[in-house]
Design a protein around this ligand. Structure first.
Ligand code: ADE
Length: 242
């Protein structure tokens, strides 16, 4: 899968791209990430990328020409034109369903905004999929673009090792429960012991205990995630145990 990131701050990406899972995926040619500097697409002497808003108001607006021309040039590279995603707090909210949808694309072009946003004509011309990573305002779309890349690459076949399978992730399709508590050695630390059930070797009982843990944690913390079916499953399990 190919990602093209369009940003005013390309220097924010190498650290993240060089880390662990993503770095390995890039080395194994499962993922390609190209970072493009919008400033390189300005035509004016001072490489000015933004300007004051027409009609007045605070802040600066990213100009239409460098962004559109940068994206058009990127689209010509590579076999597919790419699905453009604009990171903005005004977009549809990112969740695991949206991540799964984006992971179907062979190529994503991630547009990172700054300041007061893009000139509306960037959106009118490129018609990007506008995505928000949550109801709060970041200083720009760069961190949001990293979040999208991070969540999407986990779904690319081969990126996660077998041991790190995403099947059990809290929000993977069909699994809307939060994760159960995990323990490793030592068996006791500062008077806190590993729950004895985990030391029994009884895999069936352990799996049941974990499901119950997940259910209870979800019920307490995120009851909104429990759809009718998950609620029924939890209730049935508790009845069986009673
Ligand atoms: N840019 C600024 N805030 C953002 C958010 N919450 N999500 C995506 N992009 C953003």
């Amino acid at each position: 899968m190919r990602f093209d990131v369009v940003t005013l701050f390309p220097g924010m990406f190498p650290g993240y791209l060089g880390q662990s899972l993503l770095n390995k995926a890039i080395e194994r040619s499962l993922v390609e990430v190209h970072v493009h500097d919008i400033r390189q697409w300005t035509r004016n002497k001072h490489q000015k990328v933004d300007d004051r808003p027409f009609g007045g108001g605070p802040g600066m607006v990213l100009c239409v020409e460098p962004v559109v021309e940068c994206v058009e040039s990127i689209r010509k590279q590579g076999a597919q034109p790419g699905h453009a995603v604009l990171l903005t707090p005004q977009g549809r909210r990112l969740n695991q369903c949206v991540v799964e949808e984006l992971a179907q694309q062979p190529r994503l072009i991630l547009l990172c905004g700054r300041y007061e946003g893009f000139d509306q004509r960037v959106i009118d011309i490129l018609q990007p999929d506008e995505v928000s990573i949550g109801d709060y305002v970041l200083n720009g779309g760069e961190v949001a673009a990293m979040v999208v890349i991070d969540a999407v690459i986990r779904l690319i076949p081969g990126v996660l090792g077998h041991a790190d399978s995403n099947q059990d992730d809290s929000f993977s399709t069909g699994n809307r429960l939060l994760e159960f508590a995990q323990y490793t050695r030592p068996r006791e630390y500062r008077g806190l012991s590993v729950p004895p059930i985990l030391l029994t070797g009884n895999h069936e009982e352990i799996a049941r205990w974990r499901r119950e843990q997940s259910y209870e944690k979800t019920r307490h913390r995120r009851a909104d995630l429990l759809d009718g079916r998950a609620r029924e499953d939890g209730a049935r399990e508790r009845k069986e145990q009673a």
